[in-house]
Design a protein around this ligand. Structure first.
Ligand code: PLP
Length: 415
């Protein structure tokens, strides 16, 4: 599509946008009496208006049933996780049995590594992104140490080639080839939180498997942002949070994927009573019998209130028509943002790949020495986006609640 850098053109794109009404399904923060432009859905998604009702529903349920709420009524808490798995599965491209909603992201990363990282003196390395999200770095380092290995020799960090901002798939594959069977686990973000680069998860998974390594993805920035096919890509495990593009609230409940091919592997795991066979759970007997599928990785009592918040937001994705529909608008929205930024008299240095297949809804703009001033100006003008040290402004227009007109306005303010 040929874009024009005018408000009228942006408005014409909004008029043709079949998702435009979904804006009204969210509460948007205000700035100086008018709606802020919220480009921070990659950090904390907006609150769906349905969330309050969903929480109230569970509070009423609790009021009405007390402990009986686990079994009684139309929506007993005991099977709540099943509904969430059904709603979340298409978003990550999985079968419902491969998905479990529980805990928080870094906790789930540890749980998955407990099952999928078993270093031996031959095969002990973890391949990850240089400058990965700090929580992932800390989690990986601590796992390596728990197993008695040394982070400096057991963690390989991928760095972009000289002069590049992003990694190239062929270089990642080359490292996997070179390291061969010393790699126990390849663990990458689906989308890098800093650069916004979307990795070729299918190719990376195939390369790692050809060398006998397990593969896991941290989908924090990919889930609810781009369509995913965890099952078909043969990924071993994945984890994600739900408060970014999935709008499930601050510290909201997280998700984990375990590929079906591992269900009968009798993998070691950190167990708890909530992962124990549901039909036997309340017999309170010795001897852990895992529930079938990813549900067997549950540990603790279901978090009903965060579940309710997550369900409300997952239902919006479903009502919108799913990830393919969201993605279609996201591609256009991001391309339009890139276009208006490039129209500026002093073009911005966007480090996110310009190919749409290699990015999601975020553009990371590398600023010069006045970057923080520019960011503060945006904030003062009512744009909520984020600043990443040392010099990056991340802009994330998201299809559920952002408009083309907002993109155009941000472009003008940036210019
Ligand atoms: C947001 C994010 C996290 C946050 O982890 P929590 O356990 O939810 O605090 C971790 N890793 C990545 C890659 C993220 O983007």
């Amino acid at each position: 599509m040929i874009f024009k850098n005018t408000r009228a053109f942006a408005k014409s794109l909004d008029a043709a946008d079949s998702l435009r009404h979904f804006r009204n399904a969210f509460h948007c923060p205000r700035h100086n009496g008018k709606k802020a432009i919220y480009f921070c859905g990659n950090s904390l998604g907006l609150q769906p208006k349905a969330t309050e009702k969903a929480i109230q529903y569970e509070l009423d349920y609790w009021k009405k049933y007390g402990v009986e709420g686990w079994f009684a009524g139309e929506t007993p808490w005991l099977s709540y996780h099943k509904k969430l798995s059904e709603l979340a599965a298409p978003i990550v491209g999985a079968q419902p049995e491969e998905v479990i909603i529980m805990n928080t992201l870094t906790v789930n990363l540890h749980l998955m590594m407990a099952s999928f990282y078993h270093p031996t003196s031959q095969r002990h390395k973890i391949l990850m992104e240089g400058g990965a999200f700090p929580s992932d770095q800390y989690a990986v380092e601590s796992q390596v140490r728990i197993h008695g290995y040394d982070a400096s020799t057991s963690i390989i960090e991928l760095e972009p080639k000289e002069g590049n901002d992003c990694l190239r798939t062929e270089d990642i594959v080359q490292v996997i080839e070179n390291e061969g069977d010393s790699i126990a686990l390849v663990l990458l973000g689906g989308i890098n939180y800093y650069t916004g680069q979307l990795y070729d998860m299918e190719k990376i998974t195939a390369a790692a498997h050809s060398k006998g390594a397990n593969v896991g993805f941290d989908l924090a920035h990919a889930v609810g942002n781009v369509p995913l096919s965890m099952h078909d890509w043969q990924v071993d495990f994945a984890v994600w949070c739900t408060y970014k593009y999935l709008n499930s609230g601050p510290g909201g409940v997280s998700g984990a994927f375990v590929h079906e091919k591992h269900f009968n592997d009798n993998l070691p795991r950190l167990a708890g009573w909530w992962g124990h066979d549901e039909t036997q759970r309340f017999k309170m007997e010795k001897g852990f019998i895992p529930m079938y599928g990813a549900a067997g990785w549950q540990i603790s009592t279901a978090q009903v209130i965060p579940f309710a918040m997550h369900k409300a937001s997952l239902e919006i994705v479903e009502q919108a028509g799913g990830m393919a529909v969201l993605r279609k608008k996201a591609i256009q929205l991001t391309a339009f943002l890139e276009f208006v930024l490039k129209q500026s008299s002093r073009p911005f240095n966007i480090i996110t790949p310009s190919v749409y297949g290699e990015r999601g809804s975020q553009l990371s703009v590398l600023t010069d020495t006045n970057g923080k001033k520019l960011f503060d100006y945006l904030t003062d003008s009512g744009v909520i986006c984020d600043w990443r040290e040392p010099n990056v402004i991340r802009l994330a227009p998201v299809p559920l609640y952002n408009s083309f007109e907002e993109v155009w306005e941000v472009g003008q303010l940036m210019a």
